[in-house]
Design a protein around this ligand. Structure first.
Ligand SMILES: C[S@@+](CC[C@H](N)C(=O)[O-])C[C@H]1O[C@@H](n2cnc3c(N)ncnc32)[C@H](O)[C@@H]1O
Ligand code: SF4
Length: 458
């Protein structure tokens, strides 16, 4: 279904706001979470038979893409960096597994970055085998890796497949040469095609492509060409991210000149056009910014309201708790967000001193949990079922959110939400502005200056 949006709506809603990969969002976590508290959470988790999602962060990249908002460290391709990093990562993993005190079942294993394929085949093998010793990784679960096509060859793909990796996510961003040049990421399409073929031949179950709309020099026409190429390659899933432009936080983004960026109007049209292309080509729109082949597990999960959102975006909820290992990585255990140190020498220093490298986090209070459920329900299911809310929290939705009724009313008047019996349902237009709808339920955005930490919602 195509959506028409007038300029006034764009102007009204194109404000800075979170992407809600977590609630409360990372900027409001604090360094008051102690290592000891995290250890207690790990021990408590160890007393249960709960399952795990395990995220491992490999921070290195060979060059900096000027749009990048991830936690990355630029290094020349030399195995010494990976060797040193793995040495520390293994120490952290041993400690975490030690506190858990049992070989926890891992239903989802995700190697992210940075660029995990900065590691060579030997290092990837050592890493996976070490984790297999410490955790009970389910070979039938999701075993995924993020891949930069510029860093891969057939042998490395074979290694990954033989280790048990069954899903890959590849950074594509945009196929247009002028766009690639302007963001310092030259990536020939032939490389992507070869990679795609290897994945099919080697029997990887699921291939995801990352695209970004709103990059410099992108036009509706050029991005339409990119999407056509993507559709020809037929990945199972596509993440179509809005370019998060944060030059005040990510200094290398200042290399991108403002006037090379598409206007807000054009940026939205690029998204809507791409969306239409995917919908007409056998893909289903999944929540805010993902697409999946109608036959894919993610499409089924979305339709059955089993979709889940975490730091990697949307996933099919595979496990009870979430642990992150490596510099800057994030976990969520027993209602507590935990983030490791983001600066590599500090991450190393903490481990050298015998500590878990915890920097900050947040133990959720009751109100946080209620708002987390509400925002997650909007982001993942595009509705709030008030009866489900009541059965979950033993509270009446409208009473609990009496201060938010004004916001809900505005959303209904602007056509973003409809009021149905015991339900608030997000409209087609509201799906585009879902972050704005969620922002009205975010307690911490009421604090002065809170908005300035985020990218624009359109
Ligand atoms: C860790 S990278 C993926 C793996 C690998 N490093 C690569 O680039 O191919 C994760 C993804 O985040 C997305 N991303 C990075 N910076 C972004 C930004 N400023 N705005 C939106 N998406 C961004 C890109 O689509 C990228 O593929
Ligand atoms: S987009 Fe990927 S390859 Fe580029 S700098 Fe970011 S993490 Fe590294």
């Amino acid at each position: 279904m195509s959506v028409s949006i007038d300029k006034e709506t764009i102007q009204k809603y194109d404000i800075a706001g979170p992407r809600y990969t977590s609630y409360p969002t990372a900027p409001v976590w604090s360094n008051q979470l102690t290592e000891q508290q995290y250890i207690e959470k790990l021990k408590n988790f160890g007393q249960t038979d709960k399952t795990l999602s395990l995220y491992i962060h490999i921070p290195f990249c060979q060059s900096m893409c000027s749009f990048c908002a991830c936690n990355v460290i630029i290094r020349q391709l030399d195995p010494k960096y990976g060797d040193e990093y793995l040495n520390y990562l293994f120490r952290e993993a041993e400690k975490v597994a030690g506190y858990i005190g049992r070989k926890a079942a891992v239903k989802q294993f995700h190697l992210g970055g940075g660029t995990p394929t900065f590691l060579n085949s030997d290092q990837l093998t050592q890493l996976y085998q070490k984790m297999e010793k410490l955790f009970d990784i389910d070979p039938e679960g999701e075993i995924a890796i993020e891949i930069d096509p510029r860093t891969i060859d057939e042998d490395k793909m074979k290694t990954l497949r033989s280790l048990g990796f069954n899903r890959v996510s590849m950074g594509i961003q945009d196929f247009e040469e002028k766009v690639q040049e302007s963001v310092n990421r030259i990536q020939p399409i032939e490389k992507v095609k070869a990679f795609n073929n290897w994945c099919r031949e080697m029997g990887f179950q699921s291939i995801n492509f990352d695209l970004i709309y709103g990059l410099p020099h992108q036009t509706i026409q050029t991005f339409q060409n990119t999407v056509e190429e993507v559709i020809r390659l037929k990945p199972d899933r596509i993440a179509l991210y809005s370019f998060a432009y944060l030059p005040w936080m990510k200094k290398h983004q200042t290399k991108i000149e403002d006037d090379h960026l598409p206007s807000n109007d054009d940026k939205l049209s690029i998204f809507l056009n791409a969306r239409q292309q995917f919908l007409e080509s056998g893909y289903q729109a999944i929540a805010m910014d993902h697409f999946a082949l109608i036959t894919d597990e993610m499409a089924k999960a979305y339709n059955d309201q089993r979709l889940y959102r975490n730091f990697m975006g949307y996933t099919v909820k595979p496990a009870d708790e979430y642990i992150g290992l490596g510099v800057s990585s994030i976990g969520f255990v027993e209602n507590t967000f935990v983030q490791n140190h983001k600066v590599l020498p500090e991450y190393y220093r903490q481990l050298d001193a015998g500590h878990l490298p915890v920097e900050r986090g947040k133990i959720l209070n009751e109100d946080d949990r209620i708002r987390q459920w509400t925002i997650s329900s909007l982001m993942c299911h595009f509705e709030i079922d008030k009866a489900r809310f009541t059965s979950q929290f033993h509270l009446a939705f409208d009473e609990y959110f009496k201060d938010e009724q004004e916001h809900i009313k505005h959303c209904i008047e602007d056509g973003l939400l409809t009021n149905q019996p015991n339900r608030l349902v997000v409209t087609e237009l509201g799906r585009i502005f879902i972050r704005n709808i969620c922002m009205g339920f975010d307690f911490y955005l009421r604090q002065k200056g809170a908005h300035t930490r985020f990218s624009k919602t359109v």
